[in-house]
Design a protein around this ligand. Structure first.
Ligand code: BGC
Length: 754
């Protein structure tokens, strides 16, 4: 259907029909206009599986949905650092949607993990916007390859559950752009999602659903978004304001009162019918894109997709630590302890909850002869001395004890935040008791977010599955016994304790909102700046083999700059290495994180094999968001390009020199400091001349009487004093008159504006 046809349909619609289209038909369907051939298409949660509800609808995962395949959650898939993998997962989901007549999958969720306590961290990808953006874009590409839409959510700055429908995320412009919008920007620009879901919260006081700056100026006008915006379920505050701001679809529906409000607004002139028409046009375009797509016959093959889910998890699990105890030998005498061995926690609670087809456990997949003791239940913090004693005995009798630990469902969920970062006490205590009798211990973790691991130094191996989807049992077995080689990398820092987290003093805020006072220093940006010890750094992950980096080089072709590095598998097993590219700004620009992730490349290598990783820098790789420019900026100077195994394990580097054509605007006035003017190449020569002249006038005579202070101190002192002085002090320092200072200011400003 072309543009003209859509406008023809709109021309035939009544005002009431147009308004009705702006809210859902029911919980999961958009409104249609049957008489004009517009069907009521269905949307469905995701994003790591299909939560298609046929009968009883809800947005909290309370009622059943159809049987579907539960893939690993966002917390896990981000650890793959693998765009191809996410695209494949997306394509599988897209096919499932097609087969089930779902027009839009509600995801991916790309909000930043500001605090480990956020209840929905398990759905989100990372503390790093580059990684989250790339993962989201890949998933979107995959889903949409089946001509099924996605809804990248929750736009924006929705980083906690506390006061989730009313709270305000308060931050400066730079932080918003650089950290909290950046993943959305990448997803929108690179993958063109059909829809965007606006969040419940306010941003600096304005509801996301009424935020014209966000929904129209940034999303559409700046980033080129050409789909439609839907509200999160119940996120609309005042309907007419939301439409004005750029929110086309209110969900869920029906909303007869709000529809009537839109009709009245058109009638009384508060809203122009053109504006309403434009909203209708954007929705019709997507509905018809779905309806009229020519795609191959789709099938939802639950058995095949279960296998895909298991295979994906093998690429995501992170081997946090291994003192050589893993992989286990099949046939070894192994004890599995902890309720999660039989009942893995493999997904989170709330709107993303999947009614899984078939969940595998590590225990059911385990080799014959593995003994099992529950020791503690998987769903609560409960101590049972007898059960623990049995477990300790089993551990003692075994060659290796594998403890399946993790967060019970009730510890983290949509709807509320965690109140602490600990595992249930019973689990920490069990680990301690087992270590008294058995040193060969592996801890396998099931959680959607980092936990404190007070036993980490004594336990020789830790494997983190995150929430690994319904094939987690097969994946765990393959990883523990070495049929698969762990290759996941942490998409977030694991701090030693909650109090170390940069948001600690400002989370979760109060009635007036939550202050993002740490600014751009989220996650590793903060820990690195403060040179803090962490439990496991961002990007970290062990393997059963080893890798060596060599021959780092730059290559440029036209405007493109590529960084290349050779990576060799120096161990005895096939394995995958994720080369991470970090950029360090060495230009002296204040207020920048030590290093930031700007590229990644996952390579699969046979023993002894060498491959070259090619990573490309783009115009964002060096830049930061300047509030003075209201735009992105990179200063002239040098940048270190680091090739790394993790954010704290740099294996090679090259230096890049960059010449900026942009200038940060500078308003010169009486209180502009000499230092600022000397740091700016436009004003430095003029000021330098004034200083030289003044020096020759003011220099003390060589035979001046009296004892001078140490020359070094005097020099440093006068240099610093001058540096920090406002221009008006030139009167005192250089004996300049007010008129001379004003003339100097004018000259400097002219040089800036030239
Ligand atoms: C969640 C969304 C979800 C929607 C529909 C809301 O409560 O925040 O992520 O897509 O419900 O279930």
């Amino acid at each position: 259907m072309n543009e003209k046809d859509i406008w023809e349909i709109i021309g035939k619609m009544t005002l009431e029909e147009k308004a009705a289209l702006c809210s859902g038909k029911d919980f999961w369907h958009m409104e249609g206009v049957e008489r004009l051939g517009i069907p009521p298409v269905m949307v469905s949660d995701g994003p790591h599986g299909l939560r298609k509800q046929d009968d009883k609808a809800d947005h909290l995962g309370v009622n059943e949905s159809i049987k579907a395949v539960c893939f690993p959650a966002g917390c896990a898939t981000a650890c793959s650092f693998d765009e191809d993998l996410l695209e494949r997962m997306g394509s599988t989901l897209g096919q499932e949607c097609r087969a089930e007549n779902v027009s839009v999958l509600l995801g991916p969720a790309v909000n930043m993990k500001r605090s480990p306590l956020c209840g929905r961290n398990f759905e989100y990808y990372s503390e790093d916007p580059y990684l989250a953006g790339k993962m989201a874009a890949a998933l979107i590409r995959g889903v949409q390859s089946w001509q099924v839409g996605t809804s990248v959510k929750h736009f924006a700055a929705n980083n906690q559950e506390y006061r989730r429908m009313s709270g305000s995320s308060n931050m400066d412009e730079r932080t918003l752009r650089e950290i909290y919008l950046a993943a959305f920007e990448t997803a929108v620009k690179e993958a063109k999602p059909w829809t965007v879901m606006c969040s419940y919260n306010r941003i600096n006081g304005t509801f996301a659903s009424e935020n014209r700056k966000l929904l129209t100026e940034i999303l559409r006008e700046e980033w080129g978004f050409d789909g439609f915006v839907m509200s999160d379920w119940g996120a609309v505050n005042r309907r007419v304001d939301a439409l004005h701001a750029g929110l086309e679809l209110q969900m869920p529906g029906p909303c007869p009162e709000d529809d009537a409000e839109l009709v009245r607004a058109v009638q009384n002139g508060e809203l122009s019918e053109d504006e309403l028409d434009r909203a209708v046009e954007r929705m019709l375009r997507i509905i018809l894109r779905y309806e009229q797509a020519e795609v191959p016959q789709a099938v939802f093959d639950r058995e095949a997709d279960h296998q895909i889910a298991a295979d994906i998890e093998k690429e995501c699990a992170v081997l946090l630590k291994n003192d050589g105890i893993l992989p286990l030998r099949r046939g070894a005498k192994v004890a599995y302890l902890g309720g999660f061995a039989a009942k893995p926690r493999y997904q989170g609670g709330g709107s993303s909850h999947i009614n899984s087809t078939r969940v595998s456990s590590a225990l059911e997949c385990a080799p014959e002869g593995v003994v099992y003791e529950e020791a503690f239940p998987a769903d609560r913090d409960e101590w049972n001395e007898e059960a623990v004693e049995r477990a300790v005995r089993a551990a003692k009798d075994a060659e290796v004890a594998v403890i399946f630990a993790g967060l019970p469902d009730s510890f983290e969920s949509e709807g509320y935040d965690r109140s602490h970062m600990r595992l249930p006490d019973c689990q920490n205590e069990l680990i301690r008791r087992v270590l008294e009798v058995q040193k060969r211990v592996v801890v396998v973790l099931h959680c959607g977010s980092p936990v404190e691991t007070p036993w980490a130094d004594e336990v020789p191996a830790v494997l983190c599955l995150y929430l690994g989807g319904e094939g987690v049992g097969e994946a765990t077995d393959a990883l523990l016994y070495g049929d698969a080689n762990p290759c996941g990398r942490l998409a977030e820092t694991w701090p030693l304790r909650l109090e170390d987290n940069p948001s600690y003093l400002n989370f979760p805020g109060d009635e007036d909102g939550v202050s993002y006072a740490e600014g751009v220093y989220i996650g590793y940006r903060y820990y690195d700046k403060k040179k803090m010890a962490v439990r496991w750094p961002f990007g970290h992950g062990e393997s059963y083999t080893t890798f060596a980096y060599s021959n780092v080089r730059l290559s440029s072709e036209g405007k493109k700059v590529r960084v290349l590095v050779d990576v060799t598998n120096t161990g005895a097993r096939e394995g995958k290495e994720t080369v991470q590219l970090y950029v360090e700004d060495c230009t002296g620009t204040p207020g920048r994180p030590v290093r930031e992730l700007k590229g990644m490349k996952k390579l699969s290598l046979l023993p002894g094999e060498t491959k070259t990783a090619e990573l490309e820098l783009d115009d964002r790789s060096l830049s930061w968001y300047s509030e003075k420019l209201h735009g992105w900026y990179a200063a002239t100077g040098t940048y270190r390009i680091l090739l790394a195994h993790s954010s704290r394990d740099v294996r090679g580097e090259v230096t890049l020199t960059y010449f900026s054509k942009q200038r940060i605007p500078l308003h010169v006035h009486r209180n502009t400091t000499v230092g600022a003017l000397l740091a700016d190449p436009r004003t430095a020569p003029i000021l330098q001349e004034v200083i030289e002249k003044a020096k020759s006038v003011l220099a003390p005579a060589e035979d001046a009487p009296g004892e001078a202070a140490s020359e070094a101190i005097t020099e440093e002192m006068s240099r610093q004093m001058l540096f920090n002085s406002p221009l008006r002090a030139a009167q005192m320092f250089f004996g300049m008159s007010k008129a001379e200072i004003d003339a100097l200011i004018e000259k400097l400003q002219k040089a800036v504006d030239a």
